[in-house]
Design a protein around this ligand. Structure first.
Ligand SMILES: [Fe+2]
Length: 142
């Protein structure tokens, strides 16, 4: 994969995390609702920032327009997480978040296009730290 494909896949995988986090934010229930709602809301804000950062860096360093199309790929990737299987409880919502975070983490660790810019490498490293923290919070909630 070249640096541009890698940058686009990073955005896609961050957006998958955003989608499952928004699901947790709105669909958590029961006595755990408030905590899960607040946690997911904070993580949504963080991950929105990561998506913007990668898009902006992609424009600055590779000249990729920040509004490049990824909706179709996003829908396909969300299907692999079983998001159209109907209602799930808090545990199912948390497991989806955990899986999306883990996939993003594996992707960020394995990046090796050979022509990734130094700025993008730094950005990926910073995001990987944020993903690890998010994974800690999510695992403590399961
Ligand atoms: Fe909200």
């Amino acid at each position: 994969m070249n640096a541009i494909g890698e940058m686009k896949e990073a955005v896609l995988r961050i957006e998958v995390c955003l989608s499952v986090l928004k699901d947790l934010h709105y669909r958590a229930s029961g006595s755990a609702f408030y905590g899960l709602h607040i946690m997911a809301g904070k993580l949504v804000d963080e991950f929105r920032g990561y998506s913007d950062d990668v898009k902006e860096n992609g424009f600055i360093e590779y000249g990729i327009p920040t509004d490049f199309e990824f909706q179709n790929d996003l829908v396909a990737m969300l299907k692999t997480l079983g998001l159209d299987e109907g209602e799930v409880g808090n545990e199912g919502l948390l497991e989806r978040v955990n899986k999306a975070l883990s996939d993003l983490n594996v992707f960020l660790q394995g990046r090796n296009s050979g022509n990734t810019s130094a700025g993008m490498m730094n950005l990926f490293g910073g995001i990987a730290e944020g993903v690890e923290k998010a994974t800690f919070f999510v695992n403590r909630s399961i």
